[in-house]
Ligand binder design. Structure first.
Ligand code: CA
Length: 228
């Protein structure tokens, strides 16, 4: 069943472009242009994700987000005009899951939407507790990893990082996505911490950590896990 997304945006050109892009990705999409309608709609119909503009007539995006947060865990992607609003939007006060600053490209928006939906699946009970990628096996319930049936000692962060990558073998995850997953937050701080975890993991799962074959760097993009 396609995932259902609600777009809340009062600028028709942006609303239409976002709707078009998400429908082209196979999502079921509905759109409203007012904060009060958004709240009512989100309360009465089950959505998998909201794309929510910050500046709206009626009720502001911030207010919509804040109220929904008290009632529902639905992932919320905020559209913001200025980067300066980001801390507030993602903070406890408002509680959005992620944001895209205007102007944004449609591929960027689609990537953010997909990342949020993926994260939600991993965080919810829908996930399987065992993941296998090539010879690497993760048992998330037992907090164990095995490589070719040999126990691999991983820290909690390392296991969580591998679980994200193993959920979609071959898919490239950005540092930002990885850090957001590790911290359950979109405010990720220093992305070099991601590289540090990766190099620690490589020492444990690669034949030659200097020439990684499993946990591979994709230059300029991020990391992916190869089935080996
Ligand atoms: Ca607006």
């Amino acid at each position: 069943m396609p995932e259902r997304i609600l777009i809340v945006e009062d600028e028709p050109a942006i609303a239409e472009a976002v709707e078009y892009a998400l429908k082209a990705e196979g999502f079921e999409v509905e759109a409203v242009d007012d904060g009060n309608d958004a709240l009512e709609q989100a309360r009465t119909r089950p959505y998998d994700l909201l794309v929510l503009d910050l500046m709206l007539p009626g009720l502001s995006g911030i207010e919509v987000c804040r109220r929904l947060r008290e009632e529902s865990p639905v992932p919320i992607l905020m559209l913001t005009a200025k980067d300066g609003e980001v801390d507030r939007v993602l903070g406890l006060e408002v509680g959005a899951d992620d944001y895209v600053a205007k102007p944004f490209s449609m591929p960027e928006l689609v990537a953010r939407v997909r990342a949020l939906l993926r994260r939600r699946k991993l965080d919810s009970g829908e996930r399987t507790t065992k993941l296998r990628v090539g010879e690497l096996e993760l048992d998330l319930a037992k907090h164990e990893a095995r490589l070719a049936d040999e126990h691999v000692p991983l820290t909690a962060f390392e296991l969580k990082l591998l679980a994200l990558l193993a959920a979609e073998p071959g898919h490239v995850f950005s540092r930002r996505e990885i850090m957001a997953h590790l911290w359950n937050s979109s405010y990720v701080g220093d992305e070099r911490a991601c590289d540090l975890h990766v190099s620690n993991i490589r020492r444990k799962i690669e034949r030659d950590p200097a020439q990684p074959e499993r946990l591979v760097t994709v230059r300029g993009s991020g990391y992916k896990l190869q089935p080996l």
